[in-house]
Design a protein around this ligand. Structure first.
Ligand code: ATP
Length: 212
């Protein structure tokens, strides 16, 4: 008998916003997850450096999760420093959670590039992948990815409960049309982004003059 599955939601969270929290909440509910670990990356191998410091990004995450007991902050990639490889992080988590299905959560935009991730096919030995729709995002195009979907897709969250790893589940959420890029742009251009972020995160950004 396996333990209740846990979710791992990685991101730059520069800054964390209501779209992230909505996806985490939806995945938690739809896949009956015990908790969702908000995994803040130090530096994504596929992106430019974050704008806010790791200290600020973590602090904003802390403020964002306070009212959601099922959200846990995972700062292991920040502590490790350097480039953040999800494969390494999942290997470490697997060593801790030996009998627990691990579910990597991402939006479809991130999944479209999943085949570029370090050891991406080996990630399926360590975790399931839950993919959520996002407004105006493409469908996966890469042949390698389409083959993996054919091999691994399941259609109900129950199917994630009986295996430790290796399945892909697409979930249909009511996605919020919010991105961190848009928030940074609004702030840089002197506009308010208060309705796109938790209140406490918006206050923090203002108090610390971030993204100006
Ligand atoms: P940026 O605009 O800087 O690229 P972002 O808002 O896309 O940032 P990230 O931290 O890069 O946020 O994304 C982390 C994860 O969150 C990715 O899997 C991404 O698909 C997902 N995500 C981000 N925003 C949303 C949203 N509004 N709805 C659903 N998923 C989202």
């Amino acid at each position: 008998m396996l333990e209740q599955a846990i979710g791992i939601f990685g991101g730059t969270f520069d800054p964390v916003h209501l779209g992230h929290l909505h996806l985490a909440a939806s995945a938690w509910q739809m896949a009956n997850l015990k908790e969702v670990r908000m995994l803040a990356c130090a530096q994504s191998p596929l992106r430019t450096e974050p704008i806010a410091s790791t200290k600020h990004r973590l602090q904003m995450l802390k403020l964002a999760v306070t009212e959601h007991a099922y959200l846990i902050i995972d700062d292991s990639e920040i502590i490790r420093g350097d480039k953040s490889y999800t494969f390494d992080t999942l290997q470490n988590l697997r060593a801790t959670f030996k009998n627990t299905p691990l579910c990597l959560i991402m939006g479809i935009d991130a999944f479209c590039n999943f085949y570029k991730w370090y050891k991406w096919q080996n990630i399926f030995d360590l975790a399931h992948v839950i993919v959520a729709n996002r407004p105006a995002a493409n469908k996966p195009q890469a042949t390698e990815l389409i083959l993996e979907i054919k091999k691994r897709q399941v259609f109900t969250a129950k199917n994630l409960e009986h295996e430790l790893a290796g399945r892909i589940l697409f979930i249909e959420i009511n996605p919020l049309p919010i991105s961190a890029t848009q928030i940074r742009w609004l702030i840089k251009n002197g506009q308010s982004a208060s309705n796109l972020l938790p209140d406490k995160v918006w206050q923090y950004i203002q108090n610390n003059n971030l993204y100006k």
